[in-house]
Design a protein around this ligand. Structure first.
Ligand code: CP
Length: 320
């Protein structure tokens, strides 16, 4: 693996995913038992973490994972500490951007053996966001492997974590997994949901996506997964309920006013005593009720803890 931008980076030459996904899940399981078993592998290597947007879990879990592998970490917030970057080719840079991504990425590549980037979408221009100019600009110019810490359209470290968490908790071979839209007060990226849909199609489960009309994810990521616009019907007999808000892909970036899609204890009763997952951060009693987040059905803390395992398995695989 020479980069980790999307699930495509774990495909084998024939386009299969099963064996490489299994290897990553096995490695995560081994790090769960022995976090420091590869603590010499990264000795003398440096990972650079670059955040264009806020983060708690991704930042801390990636630092922890790198430290478990013996690596040095440089972490930087571009909004406070760096120059505003230009990503387009041929621009006359006489406005706000002081540095082009061509120089910035190449320079960081001379300081670091691996770069990891978080860069959210604008949610104003779908074509530009889905072109992934920032993450692709780093891949093209850094000269070292690049890891996606949540880009404009995808969040693969979160999704690898989610596959592992579902695999760890599942009591049956082919669980029913429901990805459900939930309300929010502001427009959020589609990245977590896109990525979850993309990765779960390579895991042996019965996947359903449920969202209000007008909020279907991009066909590129949801593929042929069943989409239901009746949340109660979708939740029936679910073994896992993955809750996430996303802004509209069709009427790009709109929020949606559907308060009844909030996850309540009554809705969880429709399920097969489902395990509840959410990538966090979550706004309590807007997205999911206290009664659900504080119940035995919620596994969100365990899920967030597993982020270290995913980052460690990916970094180890790349630097090996
Ligand atoms: N789930 C997740 O990526 O959390 P952060 O935004 O806090 O990193």
């Amino acid at each position: 693996m020479d980069k980790f931008i999307s699930v495509a980076d774990i495909a084998d030459p024939l386009g299969g995913y099963g064996e490489n996904l299994k290897q990553l899940l096995d490695l995560m399981g081994s790090y769960q038992k022995q976090p420091l078993k590869d603590s010499e592998i990264g000795r003398g290597k440096t990972i650079g973490l670059l955040f264009f947007n806020p983060s708690l879990r991704t930042r801390m879990s990636t630092i922890k994972a790198s430290q478990n592998l013996g690596m040095q970490v440089i972490s930087m917030n571009t909004s406070n500490d760096g120059w505003a970057l230009e990503t387009a080719d041929g621009t006359v840079m006489d406005q706000g951007s002081a540095e082009h991504i061509k120089e910035a990425a190449a320079v960081m590549g001379t300081y670091c053996d691996l770069l990891a980037i978080r860069s959210f979408p604008s949610l104003k221009d779908r074509k530009s966001d889905y072109a992934e100019q920032v993450i692709n600009g780093f891949v093209a110019n850094a000269g070292v492997p690049v890891i996606n810490l949540e880009s404009a359209t995808l969040h693969p470290l979160q999704s690898l974590t989610d596959v592992f968490t579902i695999d760890s908790l599942s009591k049956k071979d082919k669980p029913k997994v429901v990805l459900t839209w939930a309300p929010h007060v502001k427009a959020l990226p589609q990245s977590v949901a896109n990525s979850f849909a993309e990765w779960m199609q390579h895991y042996d489960c019965d996947l359903t996506i449920t969202n209000p009309p007008g909020f279907d994810l991009s066909k590129k990521y949801r593929g042929d997964v069943t989409v239901m616009h009746d949340q109660d019907a979708a939740l029936k007999d679910a073994d896992f309920v993955y809750v996430k808000n996303w802004s509209a892909f069709e009427d790009y970036g709109t929020v949606g006013d559907f308060p009844d899609w909030r996850i309540t204890a009554e809705k969880m009763k429709l399920t097969n005593d489902a395990a509840l997952l959410h990538c966090l951060p979550v706004r309590r009693n807007v997205v999911i009720d206290d009664a659900v987040l504080d119940s035995e059905q919620s596994h969100v803390i365990q899920q967030a803890g597993n982020r270290v395992l995913a980052a460690q398995a990916v970094i180890k695989t790349i630097i090996s």
